[in-house]
Design a protein around this ligand. Structure first.
Ligand code: BES
Ligand code: ZN
Length: 839
């Protein structure tokens, strides 16, 4: 097995002087880089990373030097005078500007009918090497002097403020202040016509929000407020000032991820930053706020202190994941953002971490192409964030913050590994944190605690929880039980333990839902808890239902029991709890796809369940209502539409038909447009929505339109949409994945899109092979297919593709996930259908 070599072992860079000339029009760039650093005596060569660059010359201490390149992006320089000690290497090089959204790439937009471009960069995880030769490893921190030569009449942004800008021979030359010591993957620049809004933090940091001229200036205000106050918050929370003089936040029209934390120059998808006061939904605002908070938290966690190597990526992403919620909760306590955490992150972590072969939070990297797949949103983000929160609950908020402050004081501008963080947290808490955390971050999976009671004896037993294929596992975790009963131990370390209990109040575990385990209560204990459901907190009600859903998927309960459980939640009024109810309902849907009668019953059941809230909320926002109700209305209406009641469907279609798209209530417009699409009798609505999609500069509206169109039942429309997959004038490459997955998840589109995928695999691979989200493709497909025949097709098609290191793990997990689903459908299908028909 090929492993990644570390070039920092040959040469430790200290300072880069980088000059780049960007030829946007002819799609090329050229540059020189001078790297000062120290050669180790390990080998008489210096290694740099360079990819798709033409190297014109290499100087070693001012003298011409020889170099060789290999197919692992490595460039080795040799010279007879090369010995341990300080050296300067100077390279001149050139490259091409290409469309894939990494390295240096163009973003396309249109303003006042004129087609325009920005140039932007995306270097994480290892794409700096596509723009200049460098030691492209997080540990190789250095300072940078960057100069960019560009066309005139544009804004030029870099990590640092502009030091000097002048016009020379009809070009604009911009040089920036020297950066602090930093990793290559955090360098960035953006060039083009943009406008901005600015504010200043309490400590005097300049905060700017930028967008292309196609975006209205009032859509920048929301982000500006959040960004400024988030920096104020972290200044205080980490007790370490924001490390740079400015923070630029830029909305890019083409962007592969949601956002990227480049130091001082954070880049975002437009939908992740901009919020139009009139047409942005609450859910989108909340999401933008958490994304901004995530990236800004990286300015400390990740940028100021950086993981030594990618195996500790979680030091970046798990922290940023949890800091999103900590910061947004401080900024907008009325949003109850922890409920979003419980309805989004927690289910994502628990579902995926139950699969055989899943990665642990801390994972070795053996091949550079595996780095992208490390960024598993359910593991390195959701599970990692959750285990950090578990630790915070375990040692207390104060000790936790104290430990983080120590960490920043000790390691600012340096690199760390897990033990460095544990040491600081141990010092702050007086406990052995490494001992507590090790099994959570280095073992994949999580435990289920089986709880039963005989007389006064309560037995607790932990074992690894699997959905689908499993293996015998002797893993153990130190589980913080957070029980309602003071007689229970704080931590369950051992496999099994029996405790005597003298109380008879309902016995629950993991109250507040902060620890990464689930509980399987005996039927008697569960009945007792359900009997006093209304006394549970919102989060605990969510947790209880979600746990039963997981237990059903694992075959520990029958999925048919979910129907009765949902009945207990009939009077529920909290949106996030309804979010979990919707997960349970979705679980039931798979069993009725091929049984029209049972499906009709399920639709009816869901309509009855949602009716009480629908009667309370209606179609229109009620003045002065809590925002939570506004969010709930949107979910309830979508459930009512699922019920297919004629009056509901007609009203949705009527509203769509009588309101211009731009005036549709953003909270429910996706439901209204979807209803119009699903019940359309010809393609007029499709034409109109596609025209609107083309016309609007709002990526949020585009997303809602995509969601509506891909909900069609009409095979002709499905064919038409698939025909657009490769048309980048309609579907930007950044948006292709969502059109693709949404249509794949649509039961009427599933088979056709799956066939299309196999027929067009070469195109997909060409487009996404270099993208860090490439590994998502087999993951999306496994989560969408369901039949035994599809399992066989998936296995046959993807098995040979396991040769791609980026896909290998997700293919193996995908086969397991699908196997589990097929078994579940066979196992529980008859009982679920019977229960529905008996309703
Ligand atoms: N550092 C990542 C962006 C990234 C991801 C770069 C994968 C390269 C490969 C950034 O901080 C991030 O986590 N972005 C998330 C959004 C976040 C709010 C969950 C993303 O883009 O999905
Ligand atoms: Zn991140």
């Amino acid at each position: 097995m090929q492993t990644v070599s570390r070039l920092i072992e040959y040469f430790v860079p200290k300072h880069y002087t980088l000059s780049l000339t960007l030829g946007r029009e002819n799609r090329t760039f050229s540059g020189t880089v001078s790297i000062e650093g120290i050669s180790t005596d390990k080998a008489r060569k210096i290694g740099l990373h360079a990819k798709d660059l033409v190297i014109d010359s290499v100087l070693f201490d001012g003298k011409n030097a020889d170099f060789t390149q290999n197919d692992q992006d490595e460039l080795f320089i040799t010279h007879k005078d090369l010995a341990a000690g300080e050296h300067v290497i100077v390279l001149s090089f050139s490259g091409e500007i290409t469309d894939p959204m990494h390295g240096l790439y163009p973003c396309y937009f249109e303003h006042d009918g004129i087609k325009k471009q920005l140039l932007a960069t995306q270097f994480e995880s290892h794409h700096a090497r596509e723009v200049f030769p460098c030691i492209d490893e997080p540990e190789a921190k250095a300072t940078y002097d960057v100069t960019l030569t560009t066309e005139t009449g544009v804004t030029v942004l870099g990590n640092m403020p502009v030091k000097l800008q002048r016009e020379e021979d009809g070009q604009l030359v911009t040089s920036f202040e020297t950066t602090p010591r930093m990793s290559t993957y955090l360098l960035a620049f953006v060039v083009g016509e943009m406008h901005k809004k600015s504010a200043t933090t309490k400590s005097g940091v300049e905060v700017n929000v930028w967008a292309t001229l196609a975006q209205s200036s009032n859509s920048l205000d929301f982000a500006l407020d959040i960004a400024t106050r988030t920096i104020d918050f972290f200044d205080e929370y980490f007790d370490t000032p924001y490390p740079l003089p400015k923070s630029d936040n830029v909305a890019l029209p083409d962007f592969s991820s949601a956002a990227m934390e480049n130091w001082g120059l954070v880049t975002y998808r437009e939908v992740a930053l901009l919020a139009d006061p009139k047409t942005t939904s609450l859910a989108n605002k909340h999401q933008a706020a958490t994304i901004i908070a995530h990236e800004l938290s990286h300015q400390w966690f990740g940028n100021l202190v950086t993981m030594k190597w990618w195996n500790d990526l979680w030091l970046n992403e798990s922290f940023a994941n949890i800091m999103e919620y900590v910061a947004v909760d401080a900024l907008h306590p009325e949003w109850d953002i922890w409920l979003d955490h419980a309805s989004y992150e927690v289910p994502s972590a628990l579902r995926r971490d139950s699969l055989l072969g899943i990665q642990s939070i801390q994972t070795d990297v053996n091949h550079p192409d595996e780095i992208g797949a490390l960024f598993d949103p359910s593991i390195v983000y959701a599970k990692g964030g959750r285990t950090i929160r578990m630790l915070e609950t375990y040692i207390g908020k104060d000790a936790f913050r104290k430990g983080l402050r120590l960490y920043f004081q000790k390691f600012a501008y340096q690199n760390t590994q897990a033990s460095d963080l544990w040491d600081c947290l141990s010092e702050a808490s007086g406990q052995d944190i490494g001992l507590f955390m090790h099994s959570w971050i280095s073992q994949s999976g999580y435990p289920v605690v089986h709880v039963s009671q005989a007389g006064t004896e309560v037995t607790l037993m932990q074992e690894q929880f699997f959905i689908g294929p499993n293996e015998t596992s002797d893993k153990l975790w130190p589980i913080p039980l957070n029980s309602t009963c003071s007689e229970m131990p704080n931590i369950l370390n051992e496999k099994q333990r029996t405790v005597t209990r003298h109380h008879d109040t309902p016995l629950r575990f993991n109250t507040g839902g902060t620890a990464h385990f689930i509980t399987h209560y005996s039927p008697e204990i569960l009945a007792q808890i359900l009997g006093s459901l209304d006394q549970l907190s919102d989060i605990d009600r969510m947790q209880l239902l979600h746990e039963q859903t997981l237990l059903a998927q694992a075959g520990i309960l029958s999925s048919a029991e979910l129907i009765g459980l949902l009945n207990f939640y009939r009077d529920e009024t909290v949106e996030a709890v309804w979010g979990i109810m919707a997960i349970a309902i979705n679980e039931l849907k798979r069993f009725v796809e091929t049984d029209l009668k049972a499906e009709k019953k399920l639709r009816q059941f869901v309509g009855e369940l949602a009716k009480r809230q629908f009667d309370r909320l209606g179609w229109d926002v009620i003045e002065g209502e809590p925002e939570a109700d506004t969010k709930l209305r949107s979910l309830i209406i979508s459930l009512m539409l699922y019920s297919e009641q004629q009056d509901i469907v007609s009203e949705a279609v009527r509203r769509y038909e009588t309101t211009p798209i731009n005036n549709l209530d953003p909270e429910i417009r996706t439901s209204l447009m979807s209803a119009a699409v699903r019940y359309a009798t010809d393609q007029k609505i499709i034409d109109a929505l596609l025209a609107e999609h083309k016309k609007t500069s709002s990526s949020e509206l585009q997303e809602d339109i995509a969601s509506a169109l891909t909900s069609t039942k009409d095979p002709a429309v499905i064919d038409r949409l698939i025909g657009l997959f490769k048309d980048t004038s309609v579907i930007r490459p950044q948006d292709f994945p969502r059109w693709f997955v949404w249509l794949l998840r649509n039961r009427y589109g599933r088979t056709i899109v799956w066939q299309w995928t196999r027929d067009n695999w070469d195109w997909i691979e060409d487009l996404y092979r270099g993208d860090s989200h490439f590994d998502a493709i087999p993951r999306y497909i496994a989560s969408s297919l369901i039949t035994p025949a599809q399992l066989a097709e998936y296995t046959a098609f993807f098995t040979p593709l396991k040769k791609l290191p980026a896909l290998k793990r997700n293919i193996e997990i995908g086969i397991g996930e699908l196997t589990g689903k097929v078994e579940l459908t066979e196992r529980d299908g008859p009982a679920v259908r019977k229960a529905l028909l008996e309703l």
